[in-house]
Design a protein around this ligand. Structure first.
Ligand SMILES: [Fe+2]
Ligand SMILES: [Fe+2]
Length: 296
């Protein structure tokens, strides 16, 4: 049989063969062991990450829905399998973040309000043509992949997380790395253009920035009694200062605008191998046999 690689055409899937995309339910629990300011012991950073977590369940559902629209057009067996794995992984992420968001809600945060507002925004986005929705998904997957890479590659970023929260974020980062090219490869297969993906990276970054800032502000207002200028300043510097968690990502963000860009141009699969075993030790007993259904 003719190998597409040797025939000189680009294969449908460019995910390395040694990277498996398999869903795993973890069953993380969040209780009193989680300090209120679990990231760097910092008020602003902790509220910001809680805000991101609130975005995940509905956001990931949007990703899944946008890829499902094109499922029938994918004929390559490898990419077909990866789409299945992607859908399963994002569904598991939603469930684990729902558990985390319940914990944030229990702290008196207005999570329900935020979810309603997000529903309105995603409702508007869902009116866009389906390939544009897929371009949004690719853009947001690029951003999650670059944050995941940073979290796995930088010891200081992981160490800033309280140990009760770290496994969730490391596990999510591993799986975001595993499936980082799936929606991109689907987009390429269904005729997505350079103009579409470039426009939607700028658009999605702005939209995510507005939503994340709004949600973080809502959380902070709700916890205003603990506000401190010093803490907020430290948090802002950590994100946007020298070697900051966001400022350091700007060059990677820009790479997406290169005409021949592909998510696996940067092969960071060794980070998956480095952390996978460690994180799988955190699977709750009821999910160790591969069960993914919620048990009562
Ligand atoms: Fe995810
Ligand atoms: Fe993802």
């Amino acid at each position: 049989m003719l190998n597409t690689k040797t025939a000189g055409t680009t294969p449908a899937s460019q995910t390395p063969d040694h990277v498996a995309i398999k869903p795993q339910r973890m069953g993380f629990e969040f209780g009193e062991q989680v300090p209120r300011y679990w990231l760097s012991d910092n008020y602003l950073l902790s509220h910001m990450m809680n805000a991101l977590s609130v975005l995940f369940p509905q956001g990931e559902q949007f990703f899944v829905d946008s890829v499902r629209e094109f499922r029938d057009q994918i004929t390559d067996p490898k990419l077909k399998g990866e789409v299945r794995g992607f859908i399963g992984q994002e569904a598991m992420h939603s469930l684990e973040h729902i558990a985390m968001n319940q914990h944030v809600r229990d702290q008196g945060m207005p999570v329900e309000d935020m979810e309603k507002h997000l529903e309105v925004v995603l409702g508007i986005a869902s009116k866009l043509p389906k390939r544009h929705r897929l371009a949004i998904t690719c853009a947001l997957e690029h951003m999650t992949a670059m944050m995941a890479d940073m979290l796995l590659a930088r010891d200081d970023v992981r160490e800033d997380m309280h140990e009760s929260m770290r496994p969730l974020w490391v596990w999510h980062a591993i799986e975001e790395t595993e499936h980082k090219a799936v929606t991109f490869d689907v987009f390429q297969q269904v005729g997505g253009t350079y103009a579409e993906r470039s426009f939607y990276l700028a658009f999605s970054t702005a939209a995510l920035g507005v939503m994340a800032t709004y949600f973080t502000t809502r959380m902070m207002l709700n916890d205003w009694k603990n506000f401190s200028v010093k803490d907020a300043g430290k948090g802002l510097w950590r994100m946007w200062g020298k070697n900051g968690t966001f400022s350091s990502l700007i060059p990677t963000w820009l790479e997406y605008f290169k005409p021949g860009f592909h998510p696996w141009d940067h092969d960071n699969s060794e980070l998956i191998a480095q952390f996978k075993e460690q994180v799988l030790a955190h699977i709750a007993p009821q999910y160790r046999n591969g069960n993914r259904r919620t048990l009562q």
